[in-house]
Design a protein around this ligand. Sequence first.
Ligand SMILES: [Zn+2]
Length: 75
Amino acid sequence: MEFNKCSQCGSFFISAGKLCPNCTTKDTTKIQKLDNYIENYSIPDTIEELSLNTGIPTKDLTRYMTENQKYSNLF
Ligand SMILES: [Zn+2]
C-alpha cells in the first residue's frame, strides 16, 4: 500500500493526489467560495483584499493561483 503525505496538513493518506481527503474537502469549499465571488463581484486590487472578502487565507489563494490556470492571472 502506498501512502501520500498531505502537502497541506502533513498527515498521511492512501488515496491519490497531493492533499488528504480532509484538506481536499476544505479546498473544494474554498474554491467554491472563490468561484462564487469571482462570478458576482469584481476582483479587488490586492490579494489581501480578496482574502478578506472571501475568508480564504492568502496562502491558499496564492496556491490556487499557482496550481490552477483558471486563477493564474487574477493579480
Ligand atoms: Zn491534509
